[in-house]
Design a binder for this molecule. Structure first.
Ligand code: 4AD
Ligand code: MG
Length: 468
């Protein structure tokens, strides 16, 4: 194997062809086609680009009769050849092979990712192989572009990327949907006199969980360094069997000192626009594919979001609109209820036809840390709702008054002991501050039009299901 020949990715070959140059291509066969003229055409994918590169295999290769018949969809190959102008109209460049080596065979009789039309449900049984399909490799590239766009947005604005812990003693949302982390022997855990499990004998000498949000820790850094954001995995043991809930998902959480709810909402709006713009710019082939195969209106929807300001209104105004709508909802609407996704989607899809930022929710349905309004009934919460999804972002201005926060903690029946450090942030140089959390997989759903959240994360975890 002559070492001087450069390996180029399919993306490099197709987006910056070097006609006449020798090249090495490594990837997996997508399709094989024999022409009447005695040539074989291979479509080879390496995942780097939406399109495959066409490899033309002439019949006079020494191993043509022995090796080429063994190539099937899914086989891995290495090709040495030359980049040439394509004869067919489909692409500008193709690779004229002078050596084709089968690296790993793939038996078509048992390969689960054949050419037949496969449903998303079917592919969920093959999370290890589904990235070989157009849909799932496109999603992986979109996730990558979105991840970098998240960092770009915050880095350009002076935010510090903060790494908050995954194992934590805090129940940030106060909703009790946490996964316990323990090394105790579950068959015979040590018990206290009252029969309760004695977590003082556990690894951390206390009960700890997987984090539901990095927000509280992010507040400590925002209240020291101004503007920070986290981007990491988040865990919720909620028994929700919906197309929008995962037990493990990724969340982006900016937190800003000296910011109020209006500023928070503006950052959220600018942020979403930045992300949509990045995908439309950097993933045009993927977006065209999602438009053709997943959701015909997807590009128009994203463009409309880019071009129009988000609608802002209070929870109370939204409840009025829903009550007067004449629509029959599965869950009846009353002031004080937690809005369901049917209500959220009605507002964003039917009433406003744009993203909606709802603010000032009843305190009873929101977390303890949100700033209490002068009415004593509502808090400075905000949810961003988008068409097709409903809630994509949840956030708030935080309660920055120690005595009000303490009263809220007690009112909600929580223990103040473990939150002393959090109260300290209000005791020592407290500042108004605000932040939000964007569910990364809901964002990917929104951008791609994919109907089920299990299909936009590589290896989904949902109640009763964990495969790999
Ligand atoms: O509204 P949530 O629960 O807010 C928080 O966790 C705050 N601590 C955020 C903050 O202010 N820093 O969650 C934020 C977002 C939701 O809007 C939703 O997009 C997503 O996280 N999310 C989920 N995504 C997938 N599966 C789940 N089970 C999710 N739960 C929330
Ligand atoms: Mg929420």
């Amino acid at each position: 194997m002559p070492e001087s020949i450069m390996t180029r990715s399919v993306r490099e070959i197709l987006t910056s062809p070097s006609i006449g140059s020798d090249v090495r291509v490594q990837g997996w066969v997508r399709t094989k086609r024999e022409s009447k003229a005695g040539l074989t055409f291979l479509e080879v994918s390496d995942g780097s680009y939406f399109q495959n590169v066409q490899v033309v295999v002439p019949a006079d290769l020494p191993n043509y009769a022995t090796e080429i018949p063994k190539l099937h969809t899914g086989s891995s190959v290495m090709v040495l050849g030359k980049e040439v102008q394509s004869q067919g109209g489909k692409q500008a460049v193709e690779v004229q092979a002078r050596e084709v080596s089968l690296i790993g065979a793939c038996d078509p009789a048992i390969y689960p990712i054949g050419k037949q039309k496969m449903t998303h449900e079917y592919l969920r049984d093959f999370t290890h192989l589904r990235p070989r399909t157009n849909t799932f490799s496109a999603i992986a590239r979109v996730r990558n572009v979105l991840s970098m766009a998240i960092h770009d947005f915050f880095q350009q604005r002076g935010f510090i990327w903060l790494h908050t812990p995954i194992i934590t003693g805090n129940d940030a949302e106060g909703a009790g949907q946490m996964f316990r982390v323990t090394t105790l022997d579950l068959d015979k855990p040590p018990r206290k006199e009252d029969g309760q499990v004695d977590f003082t004998q556990d690894f951390f000498a206390s009960g700890v969980n997987l984090t539901v949000s990095g927000q509280l820790e992010a507040e400590a850094y925002a209240c020291s360094m101004g503007k920070v954001y986290t981007f990491g995995p988040t865990f919720r043991a909620e028994n929700s069997h919906t197309s929008r809930h995962l037990a493990e998902f990724w969340m982006v959480e900016p937190e800003m000192a000296f910011a109020d709810l209006e500023e928070n909402a503006q950052v959220a709006e600018d942020f979403l626009r930045h992300l949509l713009g990045a995908v439309l710019e950097k993933c045009p082939l993927e977006m065209e594919f999602f438009k053709q195969r997943v959701e015909p209106a997807i590009i128009d929807t994203l463009r409309a979001v880019l071009d129009n300001p988000f609608k802002r209104l209070t929870y109370t105004e939204a409840v009025d609109i829903l009550k007067k709508s004449g629509e029959t909802f599965k869950y009846a609407v009353e002031w004080g209820i937690d809005l369901q996704s049917e209500h959220e989607r009605y507002l964003t899809e039917k009433v406003f036809k744009s993203p909606v930022i709802l603010t000032d929710y009843p305190k009873g349905i929101k977390a303890f840390y949100m700033k209490l309004n002068p009415d004593g009934k509502t808090v400075r919460a905000m949810d961003v709702l988008v068409p097709g999804i409903g809630e994509i972002i949840g956030g708030a201005q935080r309660e920055d008054r120690e005595e009000v926060l303490l009263a809220r903690i007690k009112e909600m029946g929580m223990h103040e002991g473990p939150l002393q450090w959090y109260l300290d942030l209000r005791r020592f140089g407290s500042v108004p501050h605000a932040g939000f959390g964007l569910g990364f997989e809901r964002l990917v759903q929104f951008v791609t039009g994919m109907g089920n959240i299990r299909d936009v994360i590589p290896f989904p975890r949902t109640p009763g299901h964990i495969r790999i």
